[in-house]
Design a protein around this ligand. Structure first.
Ligand SMILES: NCCCC(=O)O
Length: 400
C-alpha cells in the first residue's frame, strides 16, 4: 500500500528521518516500550527502498569485530534474531535462523595475523566462539581453499553467518504500524533550531512538523541532514559491488564468508555463492550513482576468487548489483546518540556496511536515549558524536 505524503498531525514526539532498517528499528523499539506514550513519525524519501543499503545488503552477522562495543552489539543482534518470534509477540512471526557458516578471515602477513589473534582474544573474552586456525587446520577442514601465501585464519562458527534481514525489516515495519508508528513518503528539507533544540522539521510537501526529538537515520544522506544543524559528519556514499554466481561443481560444504587478502569476500548463498568487492578507485559517489563497473568482475574479482578457490574457475555469473555504504571516513563505525549541544537531535549514521546486523542493538539503544535520556542496557557511548568532533577514531580493523 502506498504511503501517504502528508502527516496526520502537526506535532510528534519523535521524528525519524529515514525509514529503512535503522529508522524502522528505532521506531519499533520506541513504540513497543510501555514507558513511551507519544507519537512517532517516520519520513521515508523512497518507500520502495530500491537503493537502500537495507535492500542491497549481503545480510550477514558476525561476532568478529575488533572493538568490544561492536562485539556486544552483534551478540545482542544474534540473540534478537534467535528470539525474533518472542520479540515480535506474535505467533505468526517466523523463526529467523542464522546460517552459521561463520566468517573466515585469511591473513597473508604477520601484522594482520597479529590483529586477528588479538581480536580473537578480545572476542573470546566476551564469549564469542572465534578460533585461530593454522593453514594445516584450515586445509583439513576446508580442503577447497588454495592456501598459497596464507599464514593464519580466524573463524567463528557460532552465531555468525547469513540471516534473513529482509523479513526482519518487513516485520519491524508491520509491527511498528500496529503500535501506532506513522510513516509518510516525503523528504526532510530543513530543521528549525530554537534554544539548542530542533523545534521543527520542514517537509518537501511544504508542512513544518513540530517535534520533541529527531533521529537522523538517513543512510548515505545522513551528512546532508546533520548539516541542517551545522553538525558535520564524515560520511559519504561509497559504491560496493555484489556478484551472485553458480559453480559448475558446488563446494562440498558451506563456504564461510571468506575475506580474502585481495579485499574480496565470498560466501555461500543457498545453492549459489555471493561475492562482494569495492571499486579499485574507492571515492565518494553521488547518492544517486549506482553505476556498475562490469570490467571489475573479469579483471579482478573472478581471478581472485578462482585463485583462492580453484573450483571457482568454472562458474556462471547469475546476478550483479551496486549498492552504497554510508561510509564513515574517520573510523568506519556508527555515529550514535545526541548532538552534544542540540540534545534532541540524535545521530544514527555511518554504519559502513555493518548496519543491518547492528540494527537490533542500535534501535534498542536509541529508544532508551529517547525515552529515558540514557542507555540502560548496552552502553553505546563509545560510538557517540564527541569522537567525531575530537577526530578520535574508534578504529575497527575488520571492515569488509
Ligand atoms: N557488507 C557486507 C559485510 C557485512 C559485515 O561487515 O559483516
Amino acid at each position: 500500500m502506498a504511503l501517504p505524503i502528508r502527516p496526520t498531525h502537526q506535532t510528534y514526539d519523535i521524528v525519524v528521518i529515514g525509514g529503512a532498517m535503522m529508522g524502522s528499528a528505532v521506531a519499533w523499539w520506541c513504540a513497543r516500550n510501555p514507558d513511551f506514550q507519544g507519537r512517532i513519525l517516520v519520513i521515508e524519501a523512497d518507500p520502495t527502498f530500491e537503493h537502500a543499503a537495507t535492500s542491497l545488503t549481503n545480510s550477514c552477522i558476525r561476532q568478529q569485530f575488533g572493538t568490544a562495543v561492536n562485539i556486544q552489539i552483534s551478540q545482542f543482534g544474534a540473540m534478537f534474531i534467535d528470539r525474533f518470534k518472542e520479540f515480535m509477540e506474535d505467533d505468526s512471526a517466523p523463526d529467523i535462523p542464522i546460517q552459521s557458516f561463520g566468517y573466515m578471515y585469511l591473513a597473508d602477513n604477520d601484522s594482520f595475523a597479529e590483529t586477528l589473534a588479538n581480536s580473537q582474544l578480545l572476542q573470546a573474552s566476551l564469549g564469542a566462539g572465534t578460533q585461530m586456525l593454522s593453514p594445516a587446520k584450515l586445509a583439513a577442514a576446508y580442503p577447497f581453499y588454495n592456501l598459497d601465501g596464507i599464514i593464519a585464519a580466524s573463524h567463528n562458527p557460532v552465531n555468525e553467518g547469513y540471516f534473513d534481514g529482509g523479513t526482519i525489516f518487513d516485520w519491524l515495519r508491520k509491527k511498528g504500524g500496529q503500535l501506532g508508528v506513522e510513516r509518510i513518503h516525503n523528504r526532510a528539507t530543513g530543521l528549525r533550531l530554537g534554544a539548542n533544540k530542533v523545534t521543527h522539521v520542514a517537509l518537501a510537501s511544504g508542512e513544518s512538523i513540530s517535534c520533541g526529538a529527531v533521529v537522523n537515520c538517513a543512510g548515505t544522506r545522513g551528512a546532508e541532514i546533520s548539516a541542517m544543524i551545522d553538525a558535520p559528519l564524515p560520511i559519504e556514499p561509497r559504491l560496493r559491488y555484489t556478484y551472485v554466481f553458480e559453480a559448475e561443481t558446488p563446494l562440498p560444504r558451506d563456504l564461510p564468508l571468506t575475506i580474502d587478502p585481495s579485499g574480496i569476500h565470498v560466501r555461500s548463498d543457498g545453492r549459489y555463492y555471493m561475492a562482494g568487492a569495492a571499486p579499485d578507485d574507492d571515492h565518494p559517489r553521488d547518492p544517486d550513482d549506482f553505476a556498475m563497473d562490469h570490467n571489475l568482475w573479469e579483471d579482478k574479482v573472478w581471478p581472485a576468487l578462482a585463485h583462492r578457490i580453484p573450483a571457482f574457475e568454472r562458474i556462471k555469473l547469475r546476478n550483479t548489483w551496486a549498492g552504497h555504504y554510508d561510509y564513515n571516513t574517520l573510523d568506519q563505525n556508527a555515529v550514535l546518540g545526541p548532538h552534544p549541544e542540540v540534545r534532541n537531535f540524535h545521530f544514527c549514521n555511518g554504519f559502513s556496511g555493518h548496519g543491518l546486523q547492528q540494527s537490533p542493538a542500535v534501535g534498542r539503544g536509541l529508544s532508551e536515549l529517547l525515552i529515558y535520556g540514557a542507555y540502560r542496557s548496552l552502553d553505546l557511548t563509545a560510538l557517540g558524536y564527541e569522537r567525531i568532533r575530537a577526530n578520535a577514531a574508534l578504529t575497527e580493523r575488520a571492515v569488509i
